[in-house]
Ligand binder design. Structure first.
Ligand code: NAD
Length: 269
């Protein structure tokens, strides 16, 4: 039985992860953590989520429950993930980071600390999206420079970071396959007399509206035809299930930094 601690337990993702853990095999909830001052701190997390009493209080400091768990699942805010991972590593606990929006420095630090514990970090934990990552690599390699690449992502109106971590990852995969530098060739929104599109551009457009859970369209636009690959998340449960799968997988791995391609066995050997 894998014992899990959920950071951001009162959040949209944290709540779904906790709810699905209570009905999953082989994993149990032993801790839930929220930020200091949150109204739910001190309450039973099950009662707060309408699941009935679980006997797990919502703590306001990971240090209060870290020793009870095997793995920490974090869907919080990018500026706190390194601190959470450092505490997990000090206590020899594994970590699953789903939080997006991390800066390059934060990702570099996560990779450094992951040398001393087991860590999965992925901007999108859905199985479908991770299969799409593989497909995009394959398709971009075949189409090469003859097709214009445009990515459109849409999310709910409360999402804080833009473009989505998933859209950035898709753009990075395609840039790597095509031998382009995303820092130079990424174009994030367009307006005005911008001139003709360059061949090298990888366009990334952001839509924020209503309660859209998450949609990603990748278009390869050619002359006389185009290909579009679309992933639509119907609910947050696909991400939550992926995070739970990652938590059950990571506890049996060696120390190091992994992503969902590793969890799902999709990485090229
Ligand atoms: P949310 O705002 O609903 O929840 C975040 C929760 O984290 C809040 O309840 C907040 O109080 C809590 N929090 C903040 N700082 C904390 C701290 N120091 N300690 C403990 N709790 C803390 O947001 P959300 O929609 O649940 O998304 C959370 C993150 O997960 C975002 O970065 C989002 O982009 C990402 N996300 C990732 C995936 C994926 O598959 N990887 C899927 C959906 C969302």
């Amino acid at each position: 039985m894998v014992r899990a601690i959920v950071m951001g337990g009162a959040g949209r993702m944290g709540g779904r992860i906790i709810t699905l853990i209570t009905s999953a095999d082989g994993i149990e909830l032993v801790g839930a953590v929220e930020q200091k001052g949150h109204t739910m701190v001190g309450q039973d997390v099950g009662e707060q989520l309408g699941l009935g009493k679980l006997g797990v209080p919502i703590d306001d400091d990971i240090s209060k429950c870290i020793d009870k768990g095997d793995v920490v699942i974090d869907f919080t805010h990018h500026d706190v993930i390194v601190g959470h991972l450092e505490i997990a590593a000090r206590h020899n606990k594994a970590m699953v980071i789903g939080t997006t929006g991390a800066t390059a420095e934060e990702v570099a630090r996560v990779k450094e600390v992951a040398k001393t514990t087991q860590c999965v970090m992925a901007p999108n934990m859905s199985v479908g999206v991770n299969v799409m990552f593989k497909v995009l690599d394959y398709v971009a390699g075949i189409l090469g420079d003859d097709f214009d690449v445009e990515i459109v992502e849409a999310h709910h109106n409360l999402k804080k970071d833009a473009p989505s971590g998933t859209a950035v990852k898709m753009a990075q995969i395609i840039a790597d396959t095509l031998g382009r530098d995303l820092d130079k060739n990424g174009v994030y929104g367009r307006k005005g007399m911008i001139g003709a599109r360059t061949k090298e551009e990888i366009g990334v457009q952001t839509v924020r509206a209503g309660d859209i859970v998450g949609e990603h369209t990748v278009m390869f636009g050619g002359i006389g035809e185009r290909l579009e690959f679309i992933h639509r998340a119907h609910s947050r449960d696909n991400f939550a299930k992926g995070a739970i799968r990652a938590a059950q997988w990571i506890v049996n791995q060696k120390n190091g930094f992994y992503d969902m391609q590793d969890v799902l066995g999709l990485r090229d050997s």
